[in-house]
Design a protein. Structure first.
Lengths: 893, 113
């Protein structure tokens, strides 16, 4: 590298040059002395003939340097010096930029980790989720999860596809681990063959589950997650080959997955084979998530076509039982809609993250506008300096560059401080972020975030400096010098830029406050939604699962649950207890039934609409605070006698029979060949999938049923109404009570309904907090902007105001003059902001609830707020203007 | 004014003369300055110092090479030598200069106008 060598050679070169020039002079002197000149004269003559030694030396050196680079370095030094001369300006500007940049860096790091970075699997771009929709399956089509895969579908896809390297299905669940200290409920992932192969992450220890492990009657085998291995086995490497008892079944541990390995976005403890029995697998059983790895170069469309081709083969190859029409599913119009696995993991979080990112970016713009204003004032104060420099021969480009270098330096230093701040910011974000934010644990500052911050710093630095630089580096030096020292009224033109900036700030602040206002309205609207239970902080829940290895016979399961209810009710402070298959918004996988209603005609070979179903015990409505709309609850007597009774939700009653009361005494049944059940009660609609989702139609079965497939509810959420909910002593007593019935029963999901409720509104409250912070920052910066401009204007016009007062203007007139100028700016800003907000808030539609993006109340309230605050910001400088003493103001002249 | 002549030298003239002088014989800065003055019969009164920036430019362009050596007066000096690239450059410069001079002479020649 030539220039590199030059760099190192330069020092030597310079000293050689000096030596050479000195020797030249010496030689000359010697010669002149030899010619008979006196030494002093000789030295003088030699110097005269040689010229300006220093200048020549410098010129000679310059040949070797990079004048442009060196003068930029000089600009940097000059900038640094001039910044350090006005520390208060520098600190304010730096802090403003740093806060803006850190907020942007922090939010961008979330966007980067959640949306931009690939998933944590090798060649994650080939991974897809086998999503499919079934628009013909009524009831199902509402939900975003679409139609899951059945085991028979998986076998068809896995064995006949042409476009996939591997295909697998998986599902999550829980299992009771016993035989080690306390019984424990653990999170399990059931996987078919092909799932681990698809994800492609090698085990940290041992091996993957193999094909042999998937044999239905094969040896029970299991893999551990890294976390469970550490927690339960202390990271013992000899764990391979040892056994563990899950749901009373002995399983051999064959491997441990590495640290950080997660199933999509879920943590798990155990990974077990699904081990389907291929014999007699029905078509149905749509309960598993499909995952696959595409062959190289295969597009999503090709893969979709491949699976569409396989659907008829699937219907041909399997059956729901003798005499059942296999082509019944044609009416469901099942359509593969494969999407990248990342989309499956990230979900619709993108919309809301981009809204947050956009608002934070606006804050940055406002911060920049403020700093630009500061810089304008500063440059104005430096006019004489710049004029002198111009007069001394600095070119316009050189001065522009000097100013830009200074502002870029501000930007970079702000960025540096900003990165430091953003570390704290990320901790804050992760702490307040919704716990269901996908990939939350992956959020970190990486090279891309640093790159983003760097570009943002330079860019904001440049844009900061551009306006002042272009405005003041012009050929106006002479006029600046002339007016130096005299306080003339500042030209209107010079004010225009500052005014524009203020108008822009007000407009942007309005947009942000508007979106924050809409979020507040959303949050308020959510608060008024009846979720289907009352007073959630006094509702304690816990989940208990009773496997058949513990209690085999269905009635025994219900009796055990009944015994637990009795024990729980004895705890001090408990008002009432009951259980249900799952409480609203708990987030467990929904179960669906084909429900036939009395008096409705169903065409042959069609499937009636699917309905969500749950099982409830008597007393649940009273305990949870769910309203009974009509009829009555089921009784324990009816349940143990297997009486055919059922309850339904209000919307289902209205759909089928018009009114809730009309539904009482009517009948529904599960399958076409099952006996009819009498509707004894109608229950209010509940927000099963979250506060923002519409209420689904629900059928409530008793916990014990004559249904041969699911005779008894084995996993249930126990609901306890008590003032002691959530306290540690109460939770301890819960454990004791349950274990007094059966000491092998683990308690899971011990929490209050308040936690469930908060989780459901977490995304909204997170957005609210973020927009609130952004709005507050915008408001504060906007006020500072207006205040700064108005007070600067007042100080500049001091002489003019003094003359006005001297000529008889009253204080009130002056006050009004200044105020009207300030409020005019604010009004223009508000007007522009309202127009912008009308367009921009529409982008928020998906994060809003119960309020339109153009909510007039929010618009009016925010606009009024801004105008009032802006007037206040003008009032102080205006007030100061009236206090101008004409004599003092004029004496300066 | 003494310096008029020097200031009126067209750009590159000094370099050309330096290259030409060094083509005959490598020498050090002082000698080069004296040599140019002598050969021009002192018509071109060059500020001796102005040689040095020019020398640096030619060095950087690769037209000259410099080596430390001992002068006739027994002094440690840097001796400049023409490189092949420098020789070629000189040729080009001289021929374009001659063409220009030719043109100027024709315009200035009496009688033709």
């Amino acid at each position: 590298m030539n220039w590199l060598k030059q760099l190192f050679l330069r020092k030597r070169l310079y000293s050689e040059l000096s030596e050479e020039i000195q020797s030249h002079l010496d030689e000359k002197v010697e010669e002149l002395v030899a010619d008979g000149m006196s030494p002093e004269d000789a030295i003088r003559a030699a110097r005269r003939e040689f010229g300006n030694v220093h200048l020549i030396e410098e010129n000679s050196r310059e040949v070797w340097g990079w004048p442009s680079v060196e003068s930029v370095v000089l600009d940097f030094r000059h900038g640094l010096r001039s910044l350090s001369h006005s520390p208060s300006f520098t600190v304010v500007a730096l802090l403003t930029i740093a806060i803006g940049i850190s907020a942007n860096a922090a939010v961008f790091s979330v966007v980067n980790s959640v949306l931009l970075r690939p998933l944590n699997y090798p060649h994650a771009e080939q991974l897809v989720a086998l999503h499919q929709v079934a628009p013909g399956a009524e009831g199902l089509a509402d939900f975003e999860s679409g139609l899951l895969l059945s085991p028979s579908m998986y076998f068809t896809y896995a064995e006949h596809n042409r476009k996939f390297q591997s295909v697998g299905i998986w599902g999550t669940g829980t299992a009771n681990v016993t035989g080690m200290a306390e019984p424990e409920q653990v999170r399990t992932v059931g996987v078919s063959e092909g799932v681990l192969e698809t994800l492609g992450v090698p085990p940290a220890l041992g091996r993957w589950l193999s094909r042999e492990d998937q044999e239905p009657n094969g040896p029970g085998r299991v893999m551990l997650s890294y976390g469970y291995w550490q927690r339960r086995f202390g990271g013992d490497r000899a764990v391979i080959g040892r056994t563990i008892t899950t749901d009373s079944r002995l399983r051999e541990i064959v491997g441990v997955m590495p640290q950080g390995f997660r199933f999509m976005d879920g943590d798990f403890d155990l990974c077990a084979p699904l081990a389907f029995n291929r014999v007699n697998l029905p078509l149905a059983g749509f309960g598993f998530h499909g995952i696959a790895r595409l062959k190289l170069g295969v597009t999503i469309a090709e893969a979709n076509a491949d699976l569409s081709r396989l659907l008829p083969i699937w219907m041909e190859s399997w059956s729901n039982g003798p005499g059942q029409n296999s082509h019944i599913y044609e009416q469901w119009r099942i359509t593969p809609m494969i999407h990248p696995l990342k989309q499956e993991v990230v979900g619709n979080i993108g919309e809301f993250l981009w809204v947050v990112m956009a608002t934070i970016a606006i804050v940055m713009l406002i911060a920049c506008a403020n700093v630009t204003n500061l810089l304008l004032v500063r440059v104005e104060a430096r006019q004489q300096e710049l004029a002198v420099r111009t007069a001394l021969g600095a070119g316009r480009a050189r001065i522009v560059r000097g100013l830009l270098v200074e502002s870029v330096m501000l930007g970079l230093m702000g960025g540096l401080v900003g990165v430091a701040f953003s570390y704290a910011g990320i901790h804050f974000l992760v702490a307040i972020g919704p716990s269901n934010l996908p990939r939350l644990n992956e959020i970190a500052i990486d090279a891309r975030v640093l790159g983003f911050t760097f570009v943002l710093s330079v860019f904001s630095g440049l844009s900061l400096g551009l306006i002042p630089a272009l405005k003041y580096a012009g050929p106006q030096g002479s006029s600046a010098l002339q007016s130096a020292g005299r306080t003339i009224t500042v030209s209107r033109e010079r004010h225009r830029v500052r005014n524009l900036l203020v108008v822009g700030q007000v407009a942007m602040a309005l947009v942000l406050l508007m979106s924050a206002g809409l979020m507040i309205r959303t949050f308020a609207a959510l608060r008024t939604v009846d979720p289907g239970f009352s007073d959630p902080q006094r509702l304690q829940t816990l989940r208990i699962s009773i496997p058949d290895s513990l209690v085999a016979e269905p009635e025994g399961v219900t009796r055990t649950q009944n015994a637990i209810l009795d024990k729980l009710a004895e705890i001090q402070g408990v008002k009432s207890v009951a259980f249900i298959s799952e409480m609203p918004m708990e987030g467990f996988d929904s179960r669906w039934d084909e429900i036939y209603a009395e008096g409705k005609a169903y065409a042959d070979n069609t499937i009636p609409p699917l309905r969500l179903y749950k099982n409830i015990s008597p007393g649940l409505l009273h305990t949870a605070g769910t309203r009974l709309v009509a009829g009555r609850e089921m009784t324990w007597g009816e349940i143990y006698a297997l009486r055919p009774v059922v309850m339904i939700s209000e919307n289902l009653a209205r759909e089928l029979w018009g009114t809730p009361s009309a539904a009482i005494g009517k009948h529904v049944r599960e399958f076409s060949n099952m006996p009819w059940d009498e509707v004894v009660g109608v229950i209010q609609d509940v927000r099963e999938k979250g506060l923002q989702e519409t209420e689904p139609e629900i059928v409530y079965w008793p916990p014990l049923d004559k249904n041969p497939f699911v005779p008894a509810l084995r996993t249930a959420t126990f609901v306890i109404r008590t003032d002691r909910a959530g306290t540690e002593s109460f939770v301890n007593e819960l454990h004791t009570a349950v274990w007094s019935v059966n000491s092998n029963l683990p308690l899971a999901s011990v929490r209050t309904m308040k936690e469930v409720y908060d989780k459901s509104v977490a995304r909204t409250s997170f957005t609210l907090v973020m927009l609130g912070i952004a709005g507050a920052m915008a408001l504060a910066l906007g006020i500072i902007g207006i205040y700064g401009v108005m007070s600067y204007m007042v100080s500049q016009r001091q002489r003019e105001i003094g003359i006005r007062l001297a000529l008889g203007a009253k204080g009130g007139d002056v006050l009004q003059m200044v105020m009207s100028q300030g409020t005019k700016l604010a009004l223009v800003g508000v007007a522009i902001g309202v127009c912008a907000a009308l367009g921009l808030t529409r982008l928020m539609t998906n994060v809003l609830f119960g309020v339109t993006p153009h909510d007039p109340m929010t618009f009016v309230a925010v606009a009024v707020l801004l105008i009032v605050v802006a007037s206040l910001a003008c009032y102080i400088p205006a007030r100061r203007a009236t206090l101008v003493d004409p004599i003092v103001a004029l004496r300066y002249e | 004014m003494e310096k008029t002549i020097q200031r009126d030298l067209f750009p590159g003239a000094l370099e050309m003369m330096m290259l030409r002088t060094l083509k005959r014989q490598p020498m050090h800065g002082y000698a080069l300055a004296q040599q140019i003055k002598r050969t021009s019969n002192d018509v071109l009164e060059i500020e001796e110092g102005s040689l040095y920036p020019a020398l640096q430019r030619l060095l950087k362009a690769g037209f000259l090479k410099a080596e430390w050596g001992i002068s006739a007066t027994n002094r440690r000096v840097r001796i400049y030598k023409l490189t092949p690239a420098g020789a070629k450059h000189l040729e080009r410069e001289v021929s374009s200069f001659e063409r220009m001079l030719n043109g100027i002479t024709r315009v200035l020649a009496p009688g033709e106008l």
